[in-house]
Ligand binder design. Sequence first.
Ligand code: GLC
Length: 361
Amino acid sequence: MISQNLLSYGLIQSALVPFAILLFAFNVASAAERQNCSAVSQQTCDVAHKLGKGINLGNMLDAPREGDWGVNVEPEFFDLVAEKFDTVRIPIRWSNHASTSQLAIIDEAFFQRVEMIIDKYLARERYVIINMHHYNQLFGDKLNPNEFSVDESVVQARFLSMWKQISLRFKDKSDKLIFEILNEPHGKLENRAWYDLMNQALAVIRVENPNRVIMIAPSGNRYESLDELANVLSNGYDKNVILAFHNYAPFPYTHQGTSWMPWFPKGVSCCSPEQKNLMKTQLMKAIDWNKRFGIPVHLGEFGANNQSSDKDRATYNKEVVSLMNRYSVGWTYWELASSFGIYNPKSREWNQLLLDSLLIK
Ligand code: GLC
Protein backbone atom coordinates (compact mmCIF):
# COMPACT_ATOMS: atom_id res chain seq x y z
CA MET A 1 0.00 0.00 0.00
CA ILE A 2 2.65 2.37 1.07
CA SER A 3 4.81 1.51 -1.87
CA GLN A 4 1.80 1.86 -4.19
CA ASN A 5 1.13 5.30 -2.79
CA LEU A 6 4.72 6.25 -3.10
CA LEU A 7 4.74 4.95 -6.62
CA SER A 8 1.70 6.96 -7.70
CA TYR A 9 3.06 9.96 -5.79
CA GLY A 10 6.30 9.53 -7.66
CA LEU A 11 4.46 9.28 -10.95
CA ILE A 12 2.45 12.41 -10.29
CA GLN A 13 5.64 14.15 -9.23
CA SER A 14 7.49 13.19 -12.35
CA ALA A 15 4.53 14.15 -14.50
CA LEU A 16 4.54 17.55 -12.82
CA VAL A 17 8.25 18.18 -13.26
CA PRO A 18 8.17 19.23 -16.92
CA PHE A 19 5.15 21.40 -16.17
CA ALA A 20 6.98 23.03 -13.26
CA ILE A 21 10.02 23.61 -15.42
CA LEU A 22 7.83 25.24 -18.04
CA LEU A 23 6.19 27.47 -15.45
CA PHE A 24 9.54 28.43 -14.02
CA ALA A 25 10.95 29.19 -17.45
CA PHE A 26 7.92 31.29 -18.29
CA ASN A 27 8.23 33.27 -15.07
CA VAL A 28 11.90 33.91 -15.56
CA ALA A 29 11.26 35.07 -19.10
CA SER A 30 8.37 37.37 -18.23
CA ALA A 31 9.24 38.60 -14.73
CA ALA A 32 11.26 41.76 -14.53
CA GLU A 33 14.54 41.53 -12.71
CA ARG A 34 14.60 43.70 -9.61
CA GLN A 35 17.30 46.29 -9.07
CA ASN A 36 20.08 45.83 -6.55
CA CYS A 37 19.19 47.94 -3.51
CA SER A 38 21.96 46.83 -1.17
CA ALA A 39 23.18 50.39 -0.52
CA VAL A 40 19.80 52.05 0.13
CA SER A 41 16.84 51.81 2.49
CA GLN A 42 13.86 49.57 1.81
CA GLN A 43 11.71 52.67 1.34
CA THR A 44 13.96 54.05 -1.39
CA CYS A 45 14.19 50.67 -3.05
CA ASP A 46 10.39 50.49 -3.13
CA VAL A 47 10.10 53.99 -4.57
CA ALA A 48 12.62 53.20 -7.30
CA HIS A 49 10.54 50.23 -8.35
CA LYS A 50 7.25 52.10 -8.19
CA LEU A 51 8.35 55.02 -10.37
CA GLY A 52 7.40 52.84 -13.31
CA LYS A 53 6.38 54.74 -16.39
CA GLY A 54 6.54 58.50 -16.44
CA ILE A 55 6.77 61.64 -18.50
CA ASN A 56 8.43 65.07 -18.35
CA LEU A 57 6.44 68.29 -18.41
CA GLY A 58 9.33 69.63 -20.48
CA ASN A 59 9.79 73.14 -21.92
CA MET A 60 7.21 74.57 -19.54
CA LEU A 61 8.59 75.62 -16.17
CA ASP A 62 12.16 75.09 -17.41
CA ALA A 63 11.80 77.86 -20.00
CA PRO A 64 13.15 81.24 -18.84
CA ARG A 65 9.53 82.22 -18.16
CA GLU A 66 6.65 79.78 -18.46
CA GLY A 67 5.27 80.10 -21.99
CA ASP A 68 8.52 81.38 -23.53
CA TRP A 69 9.04 78.03 -25.25
CA GLY A 70 5.49 77.70 -26.53
CA VAL A 71 3.94 75.46 -23.87
CA ASN A 72 2.39 76.05 -20.47
CA VAL A 73 1.27 73.66 -17.77
CA GLU A 74 -2.42 73.38 -18.64
CA PRO A 75 -5.07 72.28 -16.10
CA GLU A 76 -6.04 69.43 -18.43
CA PHE A 77 -2.56 67.92 -17.99
CA PHE A 78 -3.33 66.80 -14.44
CA ASP A 79 -5.87 64.11 -15.24
CA LEU A 80 -4.43 63.42 -18.64
CA VAL A 81 -0.96 62.52 -17.40
CA ALA A 82 -2.12 60.90 -14.17
CA GLU A 83 -4.43 58.56 -16.07
CA LYS A 84 -1.60 57.15 -18.17
CA PHE A 85 1.55 57.49 -16.11
CA ASP A 86 2.84 56.64 -12.62
CA THR A 87 5.32 59.48 -12.41
CA VAL A 88 5.65 63.03 -13.61
CA ARG A 89 8.99 64.83 -13.77
CA ILE A 90 8.74 68.60 -13.63
CA PRO A 91 11.87 70.42 -14.82
CA ILE A 92 12.02 73.85 -13.21
CA ARG A 93 14.20 76.91 -13.83
CA TRP A 94 14.06 78.30 -10.30
CA SER A 95 17.12 80.48 -10.89
CA ASN A 96 15.18 82.86 -13.13
CA HIS A 97 12.45 83.28 -10.52
CA ALA A 98 14.59 84.23 -7.57
CA SER A 99 16.27 87.42 -6.39
CA THR A 100 19.75 88.15 -7.68
CA SER A 101 21.48 88.24 -4.30
CA GLN A 102 23.02 85.18 -2.71
CA LEU A 103 19.79 84.68 -0.78
CA ALA A 104 17.96 84.02 -4.06
CA ILE A 105 14.56 84.63 -2.53
CA ILE A 106 12.15 82.65 -4.68
CA ASP A 107 9.32 84.67 -6.14
CA GLU A 108 6.17 83.84 -4.17
CA ALA A 109 3.81 83.70 -7.16
CA PHE A 110 6.13 81.24 -8.89
CA PHE A 111 6.46 79.16 -5.74
CA GLN A 112 2.68 78.98 -5.47
CA ARG A 113 2.34 77.96 -9.09
CA VAL A 114 4.84 75.12 -8.69
CA GLU A 115 3.22 74.02 -5.44
CA MET A 116 -0.23 73.95 -7.02
CA ILE A 117 1.07 71.70 -9.82
CA ILE A 118 2.85 69.38 -7.38
CA ASP A 119 -0.30 69.13 -5.26
CA LYS A 120 -2.47 68.23 -8.25
CA TYR A 121 -0.32 65.20 -8.99
CA LEU A 122 0.16 64.19 -5.36
CA ALA A 123 -3.62 64.32 -4.91
CA ARG A 124 -3.78 61.83 -7.78
CA GLU A 125 -1.23 59.69 -5.94
CA ARG A 126 1.42 60.05 -8.59
CA TYR A 127 5.15 60.31 -7.97
CA VAL A 128 6.45 63.80 -8.66
CA ILE A 129 10.09 64.59 -9.38
CA ILE A 130 11.04 68.26 -9.19
CA ASN A 131 14.49 69.45 -10.09
CA MET A 132 16.74 72.43 -10.72
CA HIS A 133 16.91 72.82 -14.52
CA HIS A 134 18.83 75.21 -16.79
CA TYR A 135 20.58 77.32 -14.19
CA ASN A 136 22.86 78.21 -17.08
CA GLN A 137 25.26 80.41 -15.17
CA LEU A 138 26.13 77.52 -12.89
CA PHE A 139 27.55 75.70 -15.89
CA GLY A 140 29.12 78.74 -17.57
CA ASP A 141 26.67 78.31 -20.46
CA LYS A 142 25.35 81.07 -22.67
CA LEU A 143 22.18 82.56 -21.22
CA ASN A 144 18.84 82.22 -22.99
CA PRO A 145 16.76 85.22 -24.07
CA ASN A 146 14.79 86.46 -21.03
CA GLU A 147 17.26 84.87 -18.63
CA PHE A 148 18.99 87.28 -16.26
CA SER A 149 22.52 87.00 -14.96
CA VAL A 150 23.78 87.49 -11.42
CA ASP A 151 27.12 88.35 -9.93
CA GLU A 152 29.49 85.39 -10.45
CA SER A 153 30.37 85.35 -6.76
CA VAL A 154 26.82 84.37 -5.74
CA VAL A 155 25.98 81.75 -8.36
CA GLN A 156 26.59 78.67 -6.21
CA ALA A 157 25.33 80.24 -2.99
CA ARG A 158 22.05 80.96 -4.78
CA PHE A 159 21.79 77.31 -5.80
CA LEU A 160 22.06 76.17 -2.20
CA SER A 161 19.78 78.88 -0.93
CA MET A 162 17.07 77.93 -3.42
CA TRP A 163 17.27 74.31 -2.28
CA LYS A 164 17.01 75.47 1.32
CA GLN A 165 13.77 77.28 0.54
CA ILE A 166 12.34 74.48 -1.60
CA SER A 167 13.12 71.80 0.94
CA LEU A 168 11.64 73.86 3.77
CA ARG A 169 8.47 74.70 1.87
CA PHE A 170 7.79 71.15 0.74
CA LYS A 171 9.04 69.25 3.78
CA ASP A 172 5.57 68.04 4.79
CA LYS A 173 4.52 66.84 1.35
CA SER A 174 3.86 63.17 0.70
CA ASP A 175 6.93 61.01 0.30
CA LYS A 176 5.88 60.61 -3.32
CA LEU A 177 7.54 63.97 -3.90
CA ILE A 178 11.17 63.51 -4.94
CA PHE A 179 13.86 66.16 -5.21
CA GLU A 180 16.38 65.90 -8.02
CA ILE A 181 19.35 68.08 -7.17
CA LEU A 182 20.37 69.21 -10.65
CA ASN A 183 19.62 68.38 -14.26
CA GLU A 184 22.63 67.30 -16.32
CA PRO A 185 25.54 68.88 -14.39
CA HIS A 186 28.22 69.87 -16.90
CA GLY A 187 30.61 72.64 -17.98
CA LYS A 188 32.02 74.43 -14.93
CA LEU A 189 30.32 71.83 -12.79
CA GLU A 190 32.30 68.79 -13.85
CA ASN A 191 33.66 66.09 -11.60
CA ARG A 192 34.96 67.32 -8.23
CA ALA A 193 33.23 70.69 -8.52
CA TRP A 194 29.90 68.99 -9.07
CA TYR A 195 30.34 66.34 -6.40
CA ASP A 196 31.27 68.99 -3.83
CA LEU A 197 28.20 71.04 -4.65
CA MET A 198 25.99 67.95 -4.81
CA ASN A 199 27.05 66.95 -1.32
CA GLN A 200 26.45 70.45 -0.02
CA ALA A 201 22.97 70.47 -1.56
CA LEU A 202 22.25 67.04 -0.08
CA ALA A 203 23.21 68.32 3.35
CA VAL A 204 21.01 71.40 2.94
CA ILE A 205 18.00 69.31 1.87
CA ARG A 206 18.51 66.73 4.61
CA VAL A 207 18.02 69.33 7.37
CA GLU A 208 14.27 69.39 6.75
CA ASN A 209 13.85 66.20 4.73
CA PRO A 210 15.88 63.54 6.50
CA ASN A 211 14.33 60.61 4.62
CA ARG A 212 12.91 61.98 1.40
CA VAL A 213 14.17 60.28 -1.76
CA ILE A 214 16.68 62.49 -3.54
CA MET A 215 17.92 61.97 -7.06
CA ILE A 216 21.57 62.52 -7.77
CA ALA A 217 23.42 62.55 -11.08
CA PRO A 218 26.88 61.72 -12.37
CA SER A 219 29.06 64.54 -13.61
CA GLY A 220 28.08 65.56 -17.12
CA ASN A 221 25.50 62.80 -16.99
CA ARG A 222 28.24 60.75 -18.55
CA TYR A 223 28.50 57.04 -18.07
CA GLU A 224 32.26 57.31 -17.77
CA SER A 225 31.84 59.27 -14.57
CA LEU A 226 29.56 56.74 -12.90
CA ASP A 227 32.43 54.95 -11.20
CA GLU A 228 33.79 58.20 -9.91
CA LEU A 229 30.38 59.00 -8.49
CA ALA A 230 30.33 55.64 -6.74
CA ASN A 231 33.66 56.50 -5.09
CA VAL A 232 32.28 59.79 -3.85
CA LEU A 233 29.21 58.09 -2.47
CA SER A 234 31.03 55.22 -0.85
CA ASN A 235 32.58 57.78 1.52
CA GLY A 236 29.10 59.04 2.20
CA TYR A 237 26.15 58.03 4.23
CA ASP A 238 22.94 58.63 2.40
CA LYS A 239 20.58 55.65 2.16
CA ASN A 240 17.82 57.50 0.37
CA VAL A 241 19.23 58.37 -3.01
CA ILE A 242 18.47 57.20 -6.53
CA LEU A 243 20.78 57.84 -9.44
CA ALA A 244 19.16 59.69 -12.34
CA PHE A 245 20.72 59.15 -15.75
CA HIS A 246 19.71 60.24 -19.24
CA ASN A 247 20.03 58.47 -22.55
CA TYR A 248 19.49 59.91 -26.02
CA ALA A 249 21.51 57.39 -27.99
CA PRO A 250 21.68 57.42 -30.94
CA PHE A 251 21.95 61.24 -30.87
CA PRO A 252 22.07 61.67 -34.68
CA TYR A 253 18.65 60.05 -34.70
CA THR A 254 16.98 61.51 -31.59
CA HIS A 255 18.29 65.07 -32.02
CA GLN A 256 18.17 65.42 -35.82
CA GLY A 257 17.08 68.87 -36.94
CA THR A 258 16.96 70.41 -33.44
CA SER A 259 17.90 74.07 -33.10
CA TRP A 260 20.25 73.33 -30.18
CA MET A 261 22.18 70.54 -31.97
CA PRO A 262 22.14 71.79 -35.56
CA TRP A 263 25.05 69.52 -36.48
CA PHE A 264 22.66 66.55 -36.65
CA PRO A 265 20.91 66.84 -40.03
CA LYS A 266 17.42 65.54 -40.71
CA GLY A 267 16.69 62.28 -42.48
CA VAL A 268 18.07 59.69 -40.04
CA SER A 269 15.84 56.68 -39.41
CA CYS A 270 15.63 54.22 -36.54
CA CYS A 271 16.36 51.50 -35.58
CA SER A 272 19.00 49.46 -37.40
CA PRO A 273 20.73 46.57 -35.61
CA GLU A 274 23.74 48.88 -35.04
CA GLN A 275 21.53 51.58 -33.54
CA LYS A 276 19.79 49.03 -31.33
CA ASN A 277 23.14 47.74 -30.18
CA LEU A 278 24.34 51.20 -29.26
CA MET A 279 21.14 51.92 -27.33
CA LYS A 280 21.40 48.69 -25.44
CA THR A 281 25.10 49.07 -24.67
CA GLN A 282 24.55 52.54 -23.25
CA LEU A 283 21.51 51.65 -21.19
CA MET A 284 23.16 48.50 -19.83
CA LYS A 285 25.97 50.62 -18.38
CA ALA A 286 23.55 52.11 -15.89
CA ILE A 287 22.02 48.74 -15.13
CA ASP A 288 25.45 47.20 -14.56
CA TRP A 289 26.37 50.11 -12.32
CA ASN A 290 23.30 49.40 -10.21
CA LYS A 291 24.29 45.76 -9.92
CA ARG A 292 27.79 46.72 -8.76
CA PHE A 293 26.96 49.49 -6.34
CA GLY A 294 23.48 48.75 -5.03
CA ILE A 295 22.03 52.23 -5.63
CA PRO A 296 18.87 52.13 -7.75
CA VAL A 297 18.82 54.01 -11.04
CA HIS A 298 16.14 55.93 -12.92
CA LEU A 299 16.09 56.94 -16.58
CA GLY A 300 15.08 60.58 -16.24
CA GLU A 301 15.12 61.45 -19.95
CA PHE A 302 15.07 59.73 -23.32
CA GLY A 303 13.12 60.54 -26.45
CA ALA A 304 13.23 61.36 -30.15
CA ASN A 305 11.94 64.58 -31.64
CA ASN A 306 9.22 65.09 -34.22
CA GLN A 307 11.58 65.47 -37.19
CA SER A 308 11.43 61.72 -37.66
CA SER A 309 8.41 59.57 -38.51
CA ASP A 310 5.99 58.42 -35.83
CA LYS A 311 6.69 54.85 -36.87
CA ASP A 312 10.41 55.21 -36.18
CA ARG A 313 9.79 57.06 -32.96
CA ALA A 314 7.48 54.28 -31.79
CA THR A 315 10.15 51.69 -32.60
CA TYR A 316 12.74 53.72 -30.69
CA ASN A 317 10.41 54.09 -27.67
CA LYS A 318 9.61 50.39 -27.53
CA GLU A 319 13.27 49.51 -27.69
CA VAL A 320 14.14 51.68 -24.67
CA VAL A 321 11.02 50.97 -22.64
CA SER A 322 11.15 47.19 -23.01
CA LEU A 323 14.73 47.12 -21.79
CA MET A 324 14.01 49.41 -18.84
CA ASN A 325 10.90 47.45 -17.88
CA ARG A 326 12.82 44.21 -18.01
CA TYR A 327 15.28 45.51 -15.41
CA SER A 328 12.62 47.31 -13.33
CA VAL A 329 14.15 50.69 -14.08
CA GLY A 330 11.61 53.52 -13.91
CA TRP A 331 11.69 56.06 -16.74
CA THR A 332 10.29 59.48 -17.59
CA TYR A 333 9.94 60.16 -21.31
CA TRP A 334 11.14 63.53 -22.65
CA GLU A 335 8.51 65.10 -23.05
CA LEU A 336 4.75 65.69 -23.11
CA ALA A 337 3.72 68.50 -25.43
CA SER A 338 6.62 70.18 -27.24
CA SER A 339 8.92 69.03 -30.08
CA PHE A 340 9.66 65.64 -28.48
CA GLY A 341 6.03 65.50 -27.36
CA ILE A 342 3.39 62.83 -27.65
CA TYR A 343 0.41 65.06 -26.91
CA ASN A 344 -0.87 67.94 -29.02
CA PRO A 345 -2.05 70.72 -26.67
CA LYS A 346 -3.77 72.58 -29.53
CA SER A 347 -5.95 69.74 -30.79
CA ARG A 348 -5.94 68.18 -27.30
CA GLU A 349 -5.08 64.76 -28.65
CA TRP A 350 -2.59 62.11 -27.77
CA ASN A 351 -0.44 60.75 -30.54
CA GLN A 352 -1.87 57.29 -30.00
CA LEU A 353 0.93 55.40 -31.72
CA LEU A 354 3.57 57.07 -29.56
CA LEU A 355 1.56 56.78 -26.37
CA ASP A 356 1.00 53.06 -26.98
CA SER A 357 4.68 52.56 -27.74
CA LEU A 358 5.53 53.88 -24.27
CA LEU A 359 2.85 51.96 -22.45
CA ILE A 360 3.83 48.50 -23.68
CA LYS A 361 3.93 45.87 -20.96
C1 GLC B 1 17.91 68.26 -21.66
C2 GLC B 1 17.78 69.72 -21.81
C3 GLC B 1 16.48 70.04 -22.49
C4 GLC B 1 16.45 69.36 -23.84
C5 GLC B 1 16.56 67.88 -23.64
C6 GLC B 1 16.66 67.18 -24.98
O1 GLC B 1 17.04 67.92 -20.67
O2 GLC B 1 17.83 70.30 -20.56
O3 GLC B 1 16.31 71.41 -22.63
O4 GLC B 1 15.27 69.67 -24.53
O5 GLC B 1 17.71 67.55 -22.88
O6 GLC B 1 17.81 67.63 -25.67
